[in-house]
Design a protein. Structure first.
Lengths: 114, 115
């Protein structure tokens, strides 16, 4: 079975500062990795995904994430945040052989302050 | 524009009543999913369906039921047997037959409050 740990439940940061949202996973099989964003009272939107190849993945809205297999991590970063980035962010993993077993982390609320 | 429509956005019910949440998609996706979201717990899978007239239990199916009579529609019924039904419910779909590396597309959710 897979599990996902998002190490911070909330991350406050000032506008234009860099941010890192941490995600670690546990799995006995190879996985695909995803980050989703959720704005208040809305569904989730895909930010980026790692399937294979380069371990540095770029997504929408200036976000990027780096897959580290040895540390089983997939941390999300942005060099300069905006007020509009305030949202909840979810890390998720899916084993290679079962598309219906996507497992989500508990989420990290990013609060950008002016 | 293609997408997933969930209705209603807010739903209030008395304890002991069954309630059905609607989910319609026009993305021509084969696979559809229902998730429950509670604060601080992420999303948990209730049911999923890969094709019409077939569906599978997820991790927390007890107290819920679904049907998949049409490709476009995947309604969720929250029955009176669900002990703690108040939550935010999200419907999602996936193209390419639900393959493992396809991302999910989500609706905007239904917030159910049972008193």
């Amino acid at each position: 079975a897979q599990s996902v740990t998002q190490l911070d439940s909330q991350v406050p940061v000032f506008e234009e500062a860099p941010v890192e949202l941490r995600c670690n996973y546990s799995s006995s099989v190879s996985v695909y990795l995803f980050w989703y964003v959720q704005y208040p009272n809305q569904g989730l939107q895909l930010l980026l995904k790692y399937l294979s190849g380069s371990t540095l993945v770029k997504g929408i809205n200036g976000f990027e994430a780096e897959f580290n297999k040895s540390q089983t991590s997939f941390h999300l970063r942005k060099p300069s945040v905006h007020i509009s980035d305030t949202a909840e962010y979810f890390c998720a993993v899916n084993p290679h052989r079962d598309g219906n077993k996507l497992v989500f982390g508990a989420g990290t609320i990013l609060r950008v302050k002016s | 524009d293609g997408g997933i429509t969930q209705s209603p956005k807010y739903l209030f019910r008395k304890e002991g009543q069954n309630v059905t949440l609607s989910c319609e998609q026009n993305l021509n996706h084969d696979a559809m999913y229902w998730y429950r979201q509670d604060p601080g717990q992420g999303l948990r899978l209730i049911y999923y369906s890969q094709i019409v007239n077939d569906f599978q239990k997820g991790d927390i199916a007890e107290g819920y039921s679904v049907s998949r009579e049409k490709k476009e529609s995947f309604p969720l019924t929250v029955t009176s047997a669900q002990k703690n039904p108040t939550a935010f419910y999200l419907c999602a779909s996936k193209g390419q037959g639900g393959t493992y590396n396809s991302p999910l597309h989500f609706g905007n959710g239904t917030r159910l409050t049972v008193t």
